[in-house]
Write a protein that binds this ligand. Structure first.
Ligand code: AMP
Length: 280
């Protein structure tokens, strides 16, 4: 496995491989890797000749400087995990390499900007859209793999790929969870031992909401019940808990009988922002 830090070097390497007819699977990450990320590498490994993983904590998608500062950075252990998983190239640029000057471009994803994550993280998806577009131009993959853990990100990037005609397949991959149901996340390592014990309540609340919707309760009723349930854990502070249409992520009054329903939440615990969702 080769670790590459510059745009010119990764471009040169990939062009050489493309000339040999090799297909490229790409997994963009912000590092601090866990088995959720590795599941994307494994899928990319199965479906492509070569696997490229990028590790870049993208400053332009953080609206909270403290969160950016605290974001875990563990390049050495990440590389050990990636090598064991059969990754071929790691692209790990510095912020200066990616942004010699700060981008002026801002991408507006329409209604997707105004719901859930978009509502609470100003400019987040514009930052995600810009960095992923840059990475797609640099790596030129045949397939790019993203986790459904970040459901809204998948929706935004699907728009990016369609609207800008990127010549690649965007492959959404299932959420990988700890044994107790907590969705794996780089942020989990910031939880105290006590908070870690409470953290599975996020997934439990989503499952409970799903059951209630299936029983025929309205979204408003379900939200009230879940709010009450979460009140028994004062450490959990829900930022949002939304019941939405899976395709357009607009709120829906009850379970979607035509298409799929997505229940998405962001909950603060111990100063850590946990996001999770369930689709059915
Ligand atoms: P991040 O490093 O958090 O930006 O995540 C990089 C990619 O890994 C994104 O496509 C995430 O959705 C995906 N990912 C993160 N956590 C998980 C998980 N628990 N299961 C599946 N995919 C994940």
């Amino acid at each position: 496995m080769e670790v590459i830090n510059t745009i010119s070097q990764i471009r040169k390497t990939i062009k050489e491989q493309e000339k040999k007819g090799k297909s490229i699977g790409f997994v963009p990450t912000m590092g601090a890797l866990h088995q959720g990320h590795i599941s994307l590498i494994n899928r990319a490994r199965e479906e492509n000749d070569l696997v490229v993983c990028s590790i870049f904590v993208n400053p332009t998608q953080f609206d909270n400087p403290e969160d950016l500062k605290k974001y875990p950075r563990t390049l050495e252990t990440d590389c050990t995990l990636l090598e064991a998983a059969g990754c071929d190239y790691v692209f790990a640029p510095t912020a200066e390499e990616m942004y010699p000057t700060l981008p002026k471009l801002s991408i507006d994803f329409g209604n997707l900007e105004h719901v859930m994550e978009g509502k609470f993280r100003n400019g987040h998806f514009s930052g995600v859209g810009t960095v992923v577009a840059k990475l797609f131009h640099i790596v030129n993959p045949d397939r790019a793999y993203f986790g459904l853990k970040d459901l809204q990100q998948v929706a935004v990037l699907r728009r990016l790929v369609n609207d800008l005609s990127f010549d690649l397949d965007l492959i959404p991959c299932p959420i990988v969870r700890e044994k107790d149901g907590l969705a794996m996340s780089s942020r989990n390592r910031r939880l105290s031992d006590d908070a870690r014990k409470i953290a599975p309540q996020v997934h439990i609340a989503l499952q409970k909401a799903k059951e209630l919707l299936i029983q025929g309760k309205s979204s408003t009723e379900v939200k009230t019940i879940i709010e009450e349930h979460l009140h028994s854990f004062p450490e959990l502070k829900a930022e949002y808990f939304e019941i939405s249409d899976f395709d357009n992520l607009e709120p829906i009054p009850a379970m979607n009988n035509e298409g799929q329903t997505a229940i998405c939440t962001a909950i603060y615990l111990d100063g850590v922002r946990l996001i999770d969702n369930i689709v059915f």
